[in-house]
Design a protein around this ligand. Structure first.
Ligand code: ADP
Ligand code: MG
Length: 310
């Protein structure tokens, strides 16, 4: 088995507030793994610690404790850097350059001018920016700038792409473009590790998700497993005996009575049992509707659980 692309093991990171003794806990006990060949999304609201984690995995910041490995290397090791393409969160490019000029500058900075021309045209073609050779970056749309940023990250033909909020600031069409591009890069055999605070869009493309909130792990795992476990079913019945309602509420079902009858939302796996119990109680089952969970639901549920008084 290949080493995981990214591995965090009980990582802690605190920041010192300037001119004060105060310490701020940015990451507390963060552990997860992203496998090679996957699209892994690192998710959480603003301030969750995503950029801090990415800076640690790139070797720009050091963790206080815990272990981090990237493609089997220490963060920042040359063997890791050679195989990683990186796009930071708030990057800015020289507006007076054209796309090819900018990429040429980046290649030169990386000390790799060999077959530079074909690398540049390959990277531009991958992000569908060939054909804009003479247009200055200052005239690019926001989406084009973002795609140029990804082209820059592709120059070294990396195994692993690390992208910090690659869709932020884009309109829906631009976001869709970038998401499709990330899927294309995965089809090329590359591993994509991206951060985002926009859960619904990432849900469309990722194999694995790592959810953090205020520096703490909320959940990590394969997306399909995370969503499956959350799938529920909504059953509408004409009535439900009170003791049955109490028993099902204890098992986590949400039950609401209205003029149409009783609406019961339970785990999908309990569907058959619930319907049979209703029939046995003499109720009529009017409708059964599967309720698909979204990543947003999972997140809200998990955050709610962690905030509930213990
Ligand atoms: N250099 C720093 N010094 C002090 N606090 C920081 C520093 N960098 C980040 N933080 C704090 O750490 C928390 C996590 O920040 P960040 O990793 O940027 O979150 P995210 O990328 O998920 O929005 C925030 O509360 C932020 O204010
Ligand atoms: Mg960030």
């Amino acid at each position: 088995m290949a080493a995981p692309a990214v591995e965090f093991d009980r990582v802690h990171k605190t920041f010192h507030r300037r001119f004060s003794e105060e310490r701020f806990l940015a990451l507390a006990d963060v552990s997860f793994e992203a496998a090679s060949g996957e699209v892994c999304a690192f998710l959480g609201p603003n301030g969750a610690g995503k950029t801090t984690s990415i800076n640690i995995l790139m070797g720009f910041l050091f963790a206080d404790s815990g272990a981090v490995r990237v493609l089997g290397h220490e963060p920042g090791a040359i063997g890791a850097k050679q195989q990683i393409g990186f796009l930071p969160e708030n990057f800015a490019f020289y507006k007076h350059l054209t796309g090819p000029e900018l990429l040429r500058m980046h290649l030169a900075l990386a000390g790799e001018p060999r077959n530079g021309g074909s690398r540049i045209s390959g990277a531009l073609a991958r992000v569908r920016l060939n054909g804009y050779g003479t247009l200055k970056i200052g005239k690019y749309s926001r989406g084009m700038v973002q795609r140029l940023g990804i082209a820059q990250a592709l120059l070294a033909e990396p195994r692993l792409l690390v992208l910090d909020e690659p869709t932020s600031g884009l309109d829906p069409a631009g976001r869709q473009d970038v998401l499709q591009l990330l899927l294309d890069l995965k089809a090329d055999g590359r591993t994509v590790f991206l951060s985002s605070h926009i859960l619904p869009e990432v849900e469309q493309i990722c194999d694995r998700v790592v959810i953090v909130d205020r520096g703490h792990m909320v959940r990590a795992g394969r997306l399909t497993e995370m969503l499956e476990r959350g799938d529920r079913v909504e059953v509408l019945a004409d009535r439900m005996p009170e003791e049955m309602e109490r028993a099902w509420a204890e098992r986590g079902a949400a039950i609401a009575r209205d003029s149409n009858g009783v609406r019961i939302v339970a785990e999908a796996g309990l569907k058959r049992e619930l319907i049979e119990a209703l029939w046995s109680a003499g109720s009529d089952v009017i409708a059964v509707t599967p309720v698909k969970t979204t990543l947003q639901d999972v997140f809200l549920q998990l955050v709610q659980d962690s905030e509930a008084p213990k």
